[in-house]
Design a protein around this ligand. Structure first.
Ligand SMILES: CC(C)(COP(=O)(O)OP(=O)(O)OC[C@H]1O[C@@H](n2cnc3c(N)ncnc32)[C@H](O)[C@@H]1OP(=O)(O)O)[C@@H](O)C(=O)NCCC(=O)NCCS
Length: 186
């Protein structure tokens, strides 16, 4: 077991990428009327949803990124209650001498009593439109191989499987999916 000091050092590059990405995201504009972005008061409800959706109770990303990337942590409400959320972070990278905004969907969930009504599809589509409007070039996500509903929604929106990975980061087998937003429309 490495002492936490060494973990801190290992995460320095990651934290720098997060910070730089977050500076860009702070300037994003929001136009959707169907979804809104995260507010501090939402956190308890988001945590509730997260805990009911995922067996792995790892709150690190949801805790940090809902704040650092609050402009792209999207929530969907019905009758004043949050019933779904989808959070992204942005990293900047160079591709063919061009600076590219790369979004990663790190957590998304729909209230278990509200599934099968098209909510995730609507939420995701609105998120992608917002990201595209803010000049994000590409979106990535990871989906457990046995999560047929999530895979179906991603494929419906135009994502392509680019990789399948096995038992990484302590979770089950998953697909890595990618959507190029530059030429995306639905
Ligand atoms: C995955 C999840 C977000 C889907 O939310 P949802 O609001 O029910 O999704 P939607 O209703 O928009 O769409 C579900 C689609 O999957 C399809 N579907 C459902 N079960 C399926 C299955 N077993 N196999 C294939 N397709 C399936 C539905 O028919 C629907 O497709 P359609 O719109 O073309 O008819 C929700 O089940 C959830 O929160 N799961 C737990 C957390 C999770 O897995 N998050 C995603 C991480 S990538």
């Amino acid at each position: 077991m490495l002492p936490s000091f060494f973990y801190g050092i290992l995460y320095i590059p990651r934290n720098i990428f997060d910070y730089i990405g977050s500076l860009k995201v702070k300037k994003y504009i929001h136009s959707s009327k169907k979804i809104r972005t995260f507010k501090e008061d939402d956190f308890v409800r988001i945590l509730d949803l997260h805990n009911s959706c995922f067996r792995k109770k790892d709150h690190h990303q949801i805790f940090n990124y809902s704040r650092l990337f609050r402009n792209i942590f999207y929530v969907f409400e019905e009758n004043g209650k949050i019933i779904a959320y989808l959070g992204f972070y942005i990293h900047l990278k160079f591709e063919n001498f061009k600076l590219v905004q790369k979004a990663v969907a790190f957590s998304g969930c729909v209230d278990e009593h509200q599934r099968g009504r098209g909510i995730y599809s609507t939420l995701y589509k609105e998120c992608l439109t917002e990201l595209k409007n803010n000049n994000v070039n590409v979106v990535y996500s990871c989906i457990r191989v046995n999560n047929a509903a999530a895979l179906h929604v991603h494929e419906k929106l135009g994502f392509k499987i680019i990789n399948s990975k096995s038992k990484m980061r302590g979770i089950e087998d998953f697909y890595q999916v990618k959507l190029k937003l530059d030429d995306w429309k639905i």
